[in-house]
Design a protein around this ligand. Structure first.
Ligand SMILES: C[S@@+](CC[C@H](N)C(=O)[O-])C[C@H]1O[C@@H](n2cnc3c(N)ncnc32)[C@H](O)[C@@H]1O
Length: 266
């Protein structure tokens, strides 16, 4: 399948005269972290895995074009809408938020937060290429962008991040499936002040009682014991897979009541 060659980055329409993307046949299905497509960049075709973010972010517009234009990802906009509604219902001011955007990628969620009036946002991602792509595609969105492994914060990173006194955590399209592991989510969560806002999404199956993965267990237990006081959940179509079938996610917005303890990670 050959697709159009323009997309939008950071509210700007950008043309990619030599960017072509071909999806596998629709009757082939892959696990979410094994999906792939074929991309032509500068005259050369190459296979790219959808979870190979180094590749996706290194080509301007490729992430937006593939994940958002072609595979119809709706998650940053969906989280923004839900979060904005909950802030407004509770009378909280977006401008008072100090947000940590975990798994920030090239800044799409930061851009949505800025769009609702959040003025202080720090991005965190594990790969340098994501930081470079943010600087290229959405400069100025983040007050700071840290390339860190949240599972292994050294003392100086921990001190610096704690110093921001975050009262908001966002984490969109980044949990599970070989992306952000439970320890990284818990470490980021524990950097947020009690009462702070938590807005994230996960594959809906993680909320099924019979899903026994580490992530499912963690998310279910923080919701049940009110470590996270959930205000709103919404099930929706996150995107379609390369097999063109819908992938259902659940957006969750709530307030942190207490830290995630080590015992909850096992
Ligand atoms: C699908 S992208 C989502 C980017 C952005 N949140 C969005 O919605 O467009 C997932 C991001 O999570 C990042 N990531 C994966 N594992 C991570 C980890 N352990 N710590 C921080 N970021 C991680 C990846 O590098 C990638 O940028």
């Amino acid at each position: 399948m050959t697709v159009a060659t323009s997309t939008t980055i950071g509210q700007r329409s950008t043309r990619h005269n030599d960017l072509r993307i071909a999806l596998p046949p629709a009757d082939l299905s892959f696990a979410q972290d094994e999906e792939w497509c074929v991309v032509r960049v500068n005259g050369e075709w190459r296979e790219v895995r959808l979870h190979d973010y180094d590749e996706l972010f290194s080509v301007p517009g490729l992430y937006e074009h593939l994940i958002y234009d072609i595979l119809k990802c709706d998650s940053p906009a969906r989280i923004r809408k839900l979060f904005e509604a909950e802030l407004s219902a509770s009378g909280a001011q977006a401008a008072a938020l100090r947000a940590l955007d975990l798994g920030a990628g090239n800044g799409m969620v930061g851009e949505e937060l800025a769009g609702i009036g959040v003025e202080f946002i720090v991005g965190a991602d594990i790969i340098e290429v994501a930081a470079e792509a943010t600087e290229r595609d959405r400069p100025g969105i983040y007050a700071n962008y840290r390339v860190v492994d949240m599972t292994r914060l050294n003392q100086s990173d921990r001190r610096e991040l704690a110093g921001y006194r975050f009262n908001c955590l966002t984490c969109v399209a980044a949990l599970g499936f070989g992306d952000i592991p439970t320890e990284a989510f818990a470490n980021a969560y524990n950097l947020i002040e009690p009462g702070g806002w938590i807005a994230f999404n996960i594959k809906s199956s993680f909320l099924d009682q019979n899903d026994s993965s580490d992530f499912a267990k963690l998310i279910q237990s923080v919701m049940v014991d009110k470590t996270l006081d959930v205000r709103k959940t919404q099930r929706y179509q996150h995107r379609v897979g390369t097999n063109r079938q819908p992938i259902q996610y659940t957006a969750i917005v709530g307030n942190k009541r207490r830290d995630i303890g080590n015992g909850m990670l096992r």
